[in-house]
Design a binder for this molecule. Structure first.
Ligand SMILES: [Cu+2]
Length: 139
C-alpha cells in the first residue's frame, strides 16, 4: 500500500514537471515590447511601452542596424529626451535594452539607425512612454 502511494507521488511529480515545461512563456511566443526591423523598416513606428520596460529589438535583415535615441526626430545623432537615451549599437539578430523605471508618462523618444540614418525605409520612429501599455505577442 505504502509503495503504491510513493509511486503515485513520483508520477504526480513527473507530470507536474511536464506541465511546467508546457506552460513556459519563454521563446518566440513570449509577450513583450518589440521593435522589429525588416527591409530597413522599423515596426511599429511608435512603440508604446511603460517605464522600466525591457524592449526587444529583432533585426530580420542580414545587415546591421541600430535603435539609437535622438533629441529630436530627424537629428540623426545620438541624444536624449527628458534624461532618457538608448543605443543598441549596430547589431544583427536580437538585442534588448531597458527603459528607465522613472521615465515620465507621455515622454516621446525618437530613434534612428546610426548605420543608415535617412536612408532607412522608415528614418523616423519613436518610443512613447505609456504607463498603461501592455506587452504584445512577438512579431
Ligand atoms: Cu540601419
Amino acid at each position: 500500500m505504502r509503495k503504491c502511494f510513493l509511486a503515485s507521488l513520483a508520477l504526480l511529480a513527473a507530470s507536474a514537471l511536464v506541465s511546467c515545461g508546457g506552460s513556459s512563456v519563454s521563446g518566440s511566443s513570449a509577450k513583450g515590447f518589440y521593435i522589429s526591423i525588416t527591409n530597413l523598416a522599423y515596426s511599429p513606428l511608435d512603440l508604446q511601452a511603460p517605464p522600466g520596460a525591457t524592449i526587444t529589438v529583432i533585426n530580420n535583415d542580414a545587415m546591421q542596424h541600430s535603435v539609437t535615441s535622438e533629441a529630436t526626430s530627424g537629428a540623426f545623432t545620438f541624444g536624449s529626451v527628458a534624461g532618457i537615451s538608448f543605443d543598441t549599437q549596430p547589431f544583427t539578430g536580437t538585442v534588448t535594452f531597458t527603459l528607465p523605471a522613472g521615465a515620465a508618462n507621455g515622454t516621446v523618444i525618437p530613434f534612428f539607425c546610426t548605420v543608415h540614418r535617412n536612408t532607412m525605409a522608415t528614418p523616423n520612429a519613436q518610443i512613447t512612454i505609456n504607463s498603461a501599455a501592455q506587452p504584445g505577442p512577438a512579431p
